[in-house]
Design a binder for this molecule. Sequence first.
Ligand code: GTP
Ligand code: MG
Length: 452
Amino acid sequence: DSPENASLRTPIVAVLGHVDHGKTSLLDQIRGSAVIEGEAGAITQHIGATAVPLDVISAIAGDLVDPDDFDLPGLLFIDTPGHHSFTTLRSRGGNLADIAILVVDVNDGFQPQTIEALDILQRSQTPFIVAANKIDTVPGWNPTDDAPIKPTYDEQSDRVRGDLDERLYEIIGELSDEGFSADLYWRVQHFQRNIGVVPVSAMTGEGVPDLLTVMMGLSQRYMKEEMEIDVAGPGVGTVLEVKEEKGFGTTVDIVLYDGTIRTDDTIVVGGTTEPIVTDVRALLQPRPLAEIRTESRFEQVEQVDAAAGIKVAAPDLDDAMAGAPVRVVRDRALDDVIEEVEAELAEIAVDTDEQGVVVKADTLGSLEAMADALGEAEIPIVRAEVGDVAPRDVSVASTADEHKQRVILGFNVDVLDDAEERAEIDDVRVFTDDVIYQLVEGYEDFVEELER
Ligand code: GTP
Ligand code: MG
């Protein structure tokens, strides 16, 4: 990194969207193009994330990006299978996703998780653009691999162009129905006021140069100040996932958004009952260009700088919580750091009521999003926790006075076998879903049935 970049970190870009709309393919396309551009070595593999440096972006974007116009080091993309709620992970130190790409399949249009992602982006006030994906599937499409959208669009027949326009305007209309003013990205002047829609194909790479250009421009223009960090300072991050790893026991996958983390650093991690204080045993990075999510062999590194995704191996991580803060202690007083972590956890804790339903969710972020959604629907919550539905949740639910509150709502979690049996015996209803508003609607339908 050049010295003038030393204190500007990589913006974190969350890629969100409905199942199968092409989030992973889009990242694969960006990674693949990077290989083709002969820059493979420049792409750092991360846990659940792909870092694309500025020179690679500029190689892919061609004429659209002049690296001299930018001083941010690149973009760190985060794929979100199973983590579709983590843009809500706000903590005092920062907001995990700085910007986002909402991927929408031009054939499929808006779907439940698209709307949910929009809700989350709106709530967390995360700036975003829409990638209208799979334009190559418009019947009669004549592809030019990796081309910017303008020339390839002009190449199409009138009929094909008309067909694509219709689908794009449908997406713009759907955005407008959800309260967002949007337009094709080249007509957007103020990306903070209007949402830019970029037509792309993750299959042919068409429009990808435009997408990268717009993301770079957005971050440079609106994020630069927020990207100023103390690179040498003690690391600050968020837990993405808590995972068993062969030979390492329980590990946490984290996104580091500030400072550095080193092996032997003492860290404080938010846990289900109390902050965990432990020493980093190993920092694990997937090997270069391995398929990230299936990667099982890691390279051990001594130090990682923000922004980055990294797997941390350390003792005592069994009770670590997805969505919780992680802080490196370094040369500060341990108690102060524990206090910081506690304060952050308190900020994302959910207020509960005397009576209400039990809520379980996979991460703190999704728990927060669930609590928001239930609050809006005026549904009280008696207990809200991260984790699978367990027998003790059934016990809590079974003490409710009202039938409609003998309920557990589980978002993106499993129901443990003994909890299921227990629920049947105790006449507690368990609802699970991986779309928040479907979960809420399912419960509301149930209440309506009861009150009929
Ligand atoms: P989840 O992770 O399950 O939410 O899905 P995803 O959004 O990551 O979608 P993924 O990238 O796995 O793509 C789903 C399917 O769509 C795959 O079969 C892809 O090959 C296909 N696909 C993705 N993008 C395109 C595209 O631009 N054009 C065409 N023709 N197919 C695409
Ligand atoms: Mg995927």
